[in-house]
Design a protein around this ligand. Sequence first.
Ligand code: FES
Ligand SMILES: [Fe+2]
Length: 435
Amino acid sequence: MLSREDNELLCRVGPGTPMGALIREYWVPAALSSELPEPECAPVRIRLLGENLIAFRVSSGAVGLIRNHCPHRGASLFYGRNEDEGLRCVYHGWKFDVTGACVDMPSEPGESQYRSKVRAVTDPCVERGGVVWTYMGPRQTPPPLPDFESNGDDCVLQVYQRECNWVQALEGDIDTCHTAFLHLGSVERDDVPPGTWGRYVLENRAPRYEVAETDFGVMYGAYRPAERETNYWRIANFLFPFYAMVPTGVLGLEQRVRAWVPMDDDHTLFISMSRGGAPAPRNAGRHPIGPPEVLPNTTDWYGRFRLVGRADNDYLIDRKAQQTVSFTGIGAIHLQDQAVTESMGPIYDRTQEHLATSDLMVIRTRKRLIDAAKALRDKGQAPPGVDAPHVYAARSGGVILPRDADWLDATKDLRKARAQHPQLSRSVLGGIPAV
Ligand code: FES
Ligand SMILES: [Fe+2]
């Protein structure tokens, strides 16, 4: 349980808030490169950290991110003409480049120098692995980009909008215990071959936990018996300020990270970046599972990457399936998570919670975020990872360890990015989702 005050501090990200200031210290994945498919294409409305921004790709291919309101008299630059290395406001023709410089002011007399005194607010952008990253923070020279191994050339991206606070959404990724219920509640032990990791999960749905603080954030290991002398460990990470590496798959093979980017206090953009992953299994027991269905993007502030299943259609719940083959009756893993986290409300009132031993990771992650936001606010202390991009070169996943092994020591090499482990295989998983 959190105090009302700490809950507010944890969740709110707009300009001037402590958590908003913390997140602005980092590079933030703001959009996909494919949303701006070519030079001088249509600008895109981007809602990010409670601000309205316009993304545009100029003639040379560079991407700019500019405040929605034109610095002259406030018309939206969304309607701007994207021409010759800049965005021209259609109201009086003032034109801005990606750095915010006013490069043309045709409504003023030719001898006017006023143009050199006006600047639009823009944020620097770089593209990597199909993602447009932006830095909205106070430094003149931004810090380095976080060194995620999955955000490279052959990065596979999945993006979905979630209509709730970013912390709520993120907490779903570090709450490992829900997997055996929300996603696998209707799968019986005998649906999965003995000796597989899926079988270990189904034989013991109440694992025990260890949590460790790290230089990127917080890491947990959830363990349960495997065979007579061994335990099956699920190891996963929270990385500052809003990333998760989940415990599914095999530690040492999985290259991925999941960003929960706050659009504002009650909308979140989920961006998954992964590489070299096996296709997800398509059924849980007898219930078919597919990826969530996505609506076409619109130009609305909230029109990007929405799902077909949503609160106003009860996430297309199938009550008959729920009585027979599915725990939830909701048809996609991501949609199941979406339903439960959105159903808490836009920002859950965490004074009402009753946290249990299985919530240890959630508790520690919140505390680290709150402490870091206060340390920045009160002492100007730079938050974890900002100046240490290498800490993001991490991995997560499952592993079998001897009962008496030290989990941190025994997994050191497997948790390092860019290492090859040819002896490992995903055939141990047992062919069900989320394991
Ligand atoms: S409001 Fe944009 S140029 Fe006047
Ligand atoms: Fe989940």
